[in-house]
Write a protein that binds this ligand. Structure first.
Ligand SMILES: [Fe+2]
Length: 691
C-alpha cells in the first residue's frame, strides 16, 4: 500500500516539480538516518527557516544563508519524519545566490497528506539552519475538520508579536486533533514605513523600536520608506529577525497574501501616493514583488516563469500613467508589466471541507475615491471620520450610477459637492480578470466551506449620527447613516454586491470570508445592503485584530481632545481609563455610545440601541489585538478570536502573556437560499463593549 502510494505521490511530485521548475533529487520514499554532518549555526541563517503553501503532497521550504562574496553556493535541504532526522525521506540540493539576497526555496514533494515533517538546511561545511516543522494539507477526500489560524498586521517597529508567541504556545500544548494546520497571513507582513527612535520615540502608546536603517530611503513625515529592492529586503529581514515571527514561521506553514504595506502604505497597482499626490512607481512595484517573493515561500506565479531560484524582474520605467482602461486599470504598458511580474491570487484545498480562495486587493484595485483631495469637501470637522452613506454610494458607482445616469453634484448638508467620479468606471478592488476567477472558484468549489481570504474587511463600518440627541451641536449633513469612509472592500459597494449576488445566484453554500487589515476584531454576516434597504446575508464574515500594529481605538485615545462628540469614539474616566465607545457607535449607535461615555452604565446604554444599525454585526472590537482560528468541519464552522493586551512590549513569559478575552462564533451549515446564523460564546475574559 505504502509503495503504491509513494509511486503515485512521486509521479505527482515530478509533475509539480516540473510545473514550478524546481530541480530536486529524491530519496525514493524510503526513510533513512541523515547522512549529513549538521551542526546548528543559527547565526549563519539569521532569518531562520519557513515553509509555505502546503498541499496534500508538497510544500515550499525556505531559508536564507548569506555568504561573503558573489559566488553562488549550494545548500542541502533535508526532510524527515522526526526532528532528529533518523527517518529522513528526502535530501535535496538547492542553490543560493546574492541575486536572490541569499534566500533559498525548495519544493518538497512526494509527501504524505496530513503529516508533520521536519526540515533543515546545511551548507557544504556542515553549518546548519535551525530545524523547522511543517505539515502537509489533508487529502482532498479527508473528512476530518480543518483548523488554521488567520492573522495580519505585524509591526516590529511599534509593537511586540506576543500574539504569535501565544499562538505557538497554545498550539504546542493542545491535543493532536486541535492542532493548527497552517497560518493564513492576510498581509502587512511588513510595515514599509519605518521610524527611527533617534527621530521619534513614541507614537500613540507605542515605543518606537530600532529596526535599522532603510537603505536609499525616502523620508515621508516621520517615516522612512524604501525606494529600492535593497530597501524592501532590509525591511523583510528586520521583521523576520523578530524572534516570535521567526519561531512562528519555523513551527507552522504559512499561506500569505500581501496587503498595502508590502508595497506602499497608500499604494495600488503601480501608484504610490504621498501628501495627496499620486506618482507612477512601476520600478518600486517590481521591487516590492521581488522582495515578497524572495522572503515569503509560496506558489505564486511570476512572469519570468517557473523556477524557485530567482525572481528575474522584468525591466520597467516609471512612466506616467495618465488614463484608466474600462476596468479601472492604469492604461500604461509598464504598469501592466510591473503588476503582472507576480500574480498572487490562488486557491489551496484542505481536505473535504475547505477551499481557501485567496485574493489580491491591491494589484488591480482602483484608487480609493474617499482618499482623493476632491473628497475633502465631503468631510466635516463637526463629524470626524464620517461620510454620508449616500455620498459613498455615488463615489463608488462612478459612471455606472443608476444605470449610467450619475449626478453632477453630491448634496452635503446645504453644500453641493462636484461629483468627481461621474465620468470614471465603477470602483473595482479585484480587477476584471481576478473577479471573474473568484466567481468561477466560488461556483466550482466542491468543499463544504468556501473560505474567501479577502485581506481587507468586507463588513460595513457605519453609525447613525442622524440619531444624535438634540443639543449635541450641528446637525448631521447626511441624509441618513454615516460610513467611516472607504479604503476597504466594504466601500466597494457595487463590486461587493456583484460577488454576493453571484453567491446567491450560483447557490454557493458555506460562503465564509476571513480578513485582516482593520486592526480590529469583527464577526458578522455578508450582506450587500443594510436597513433601510434589504438585509439578506449570503455568508458569514470574520476579521482578525492586528498582531501588533496600533488600531483606531488607540489612535482615538490620543485624538479628538475636546471635541463635543468624542464620547462617540472614546470614553475617558476620571482615573484616566479609556474605553473604546467607538465599538458601541458601530454596533448600537451614537445614543448608546454617548450614554455609556456619560454614565458608564452599559446595561442602560444598550437599551438605547438602534436595531436597524447593525444587523450585519455580532461582534466588533476596534481596540483588540491577537490572532484568530478557524475550525471547519462537516456540519459547522467556528472562529475563535484570541485577544491579547495592547502589545507595547515583548512579553517576558514563554506563553506570550495573558489573554484578554477569547470569543467563539460558530455557524451550522446552511442550505442555498437560507440565511446563516452565528452563535456567540464568550470562552474567557470579558469583551465588554464589543457585544
Ligand atoms: Fe495593517
Amino acid at each position: 500500500m505504502d509503495d503504491v502510494k509513494m509511486s503515485i505521490d512521486r509521479r505527482s511530485f515530478l509533475t509539480a516539480a516540473t510545473a514550478i521548475g524546481a530541480t530536486l533529487s529524491w530519496s525514493d520514499g524510503a526513510s533513512a538516518a541523515s547522512a549529513i554532518r549538521w551542526r546548528e549555526r543559527r547565526d549563519l541563517y539569521p532569518q531562520g527557516v519557513a515553509s509555505g503553501d502546503p498541499d496534500h503532497h508538497s510544500m515550499v521550504l525556505w531559508t536564507r544563508r548569506p555568504f561573503a562574496g558573489d559566488e553562488p553556493r549550494q545548500l542541502t535541504a533535508e526532510v524527515a519524519l522526526d526532528p532528529k532526522f533518523r527517518r529522513t525521506i528526502a535530501t535535496v540540493r538547492a542553490p543560493v545566490a546574492a541575486e536572490s539576497d541569499w534566500t533559498c526555496r525548495v519544493l518538497a514533494a512526494g509527501l504524505r497528506p496530513s503529516t508533520v515533517y521536519w526540515y533543515r538546511f546545511t551548507d557544504d561545511e556542515g553549518s546548519g539552519s535551525r530545524i523547522g516543522r511543517t505539515i502537509t494539507a489533508p487529502d482532498p477526500s479527508d473528512e476530518r475538520a480543518v483548523r488554521f489560524a488567520f492573522v495580519s498586521c505585524q509591526s516590529v517597529n511599534e509593537g511586540a508579536q506576543n500574539a504569535l508567541r501565544r499562538m505557538i504556545w497554545e498550539d504546542q500544548r493542545t491535543s493532536a486533533d486541535r492542532r493548527l494546520g497552517f497560518v493564513l497571513h492576510l498581509g502587512d507582513f511588513i510595515y514599509e514605513v519605518v521610524e527611527y527612535p533617534d527621530e521619534v520615540q513614541h507614537r500613540y502608546d507605542r515605543t518606537v523600536f530600532d529596526i535599522g536603517r532603510v537603505p536609499d530611503a525616502r523620508k515621508v513625515g516621520n517615516f522612512h520608506v524604501p525606494t529600492s529592492l535593497a530597501g524592501y529586503r532590509m525591511v523583510y529581514r528586520a521583521h523576520i529577525d523578530d524572534p516570535d515571527i521567526q519561531d512562528a514561521r519555523a513551527w507552522l506553514p504559512f499561506v500569505c497574501i500581501g496587503d498595502n504595506h508590502e508595497f506602499s502604505w497608500q499604494g495600488w497597482q503601480s501608484f504610490i501616493k504621498y501628501d495627496g499626490k499620486k506618482e507612477p512607481a512601476q520600478k518600486l512595484r517590481v521591487a516590492a514583488n521581488q522582495a515578497w517573493w524572495e522572503y515569503i515561500p509560496s506558489r505564486v506565479h511570476k512572469s519570468s516563469g517557473p523556477g524557485l531560484e530567482r525572481f528575474s524582474p522584468p525591466p520597467v520605467v516609471d512612466a506616467p500613467i495618465n488614463s484608466l482602461d474600462a476596468d479601472g486599470f492604469g492604461d500604461e504598458q509598464n504598469n501592466r508589466i510591473a503588476v503582472s511580474s507576480m500574480t498572487a491570487y490562488r486557491t489551496l484545498r484542505y481536505g473535504r471541507h475547505v477551499d481557501l480562495i485567496i485574493t489580491d486587493f491591491h494589484s488591480y484595485a482602483m484608487e480609493d475615491p474617499t482618499s482623493r483631495p476632491e473628497a475633502d469637501a465631503l468631510a466635516s470637522r463637526d463629524f470626524p471620520l464620517l461620510l454620508p452613506e449616500e455620498a459613498l454610494a455615488i463615489l463608488d458607482a462612478g459612471s455606472a450610477w443608476t444605470g449610467g445616469d450619475p449626478p453632477d453634484t453630491i448634496a452635503f448638508g446645504s453644500a453641493s459637492v462636484p461629483n468627481f467620479r461621474r465620468d470614471e468606471p465603477p470602483i473595482t478592488v479585484l480587477g476584471r480578470t481576478q473577479k471573474a476567477w473568484l466567481k468561477q472558484q466560488l461556483a466550482a468549489s466542491t468543499a463544504t466551506w468556501k473560505i474567501w481570504a479577502a485581506t481587507n474587511g468586507t463588513l460595513d463600518v457605519r453609525t447613525d449620527p442622524q440619531n444624535l440627541p438634540a443639543g449635541m451641536g450641528p446637525q448631521w449633513p447626511g441624509k441618513g447613516y454615516a460610513t467611516f469612509g472607504g479604503g476597504d472592500f466594504s466601500a466597494a459597494l457595487l463590486e461587493r454586491g456583484e460577488i454576493y449576488d453571484h453567491v446567491r445566484d450560483a447557490r454557493v453554500t458555506g460562503f465564509v470570508t476571513v480578513s485582516g487589515d482593520r486592526h480590529s476584531f469583527w464577526a458578522g454576516y455578508a450582506a450587500k445592503s443594510l436597513p433601510p434597504a434589504a438585509f439578506d446575508p449570503v455568508g458569514v464574515t470574520f476579521i482578525t485584530g492586528s498582531i501588533s500594529a496600533p488600531g483606531l481605538a488607540e489612535a482615538l485615545e490620543h485624538g479628538l481632545k475636546g471635541h463635543p462628540l468624542r464620547g462617540m469614539f472614546v470614553a475617558e474616566r476620571p482615573d484616566g481609563t479609556k474605553e473604546p465607545t467607538v465599538n458601541l457607535s458601530l454596533k448600537h449607535g451614537v445614543r448608546t455610545a454617548l450614554e455609556y461615555a456619560r454614565t458608564g452604565d452599559l446595561e442602560y446604554a444598550r437599551l438605547l440601541s438602534n436595531p436597524d444599525l447593525s444587523p450585519h454585526l455580532a461582534f466588533v472590537d476596534m481596540g483588540g489585538h491577537g490572532y484568530s482560528t478557524v475550525t471547519a468541519g462537516p456540519r459547522s464552522i467556528e472562529t475563535e478570536f484570541v485577544c491579547v493586551p495592547r502589545p507595547i512590549s515583548r512579553s517576558a513569559t514563554d506563553d506570550g502573556g495573558p489573554v484578554r478575552y477569547r470569543v467563539s462564533h460558530s455557524a451550522r451549515q446552511w442550505a442555498a437560499g437560507e440565511a446563516p446564523t452565528l452563535h456567540q460564546r464568550i470562552l474567557e475574559g470579558d469583551p465588554k463593549l464589543s457585544v
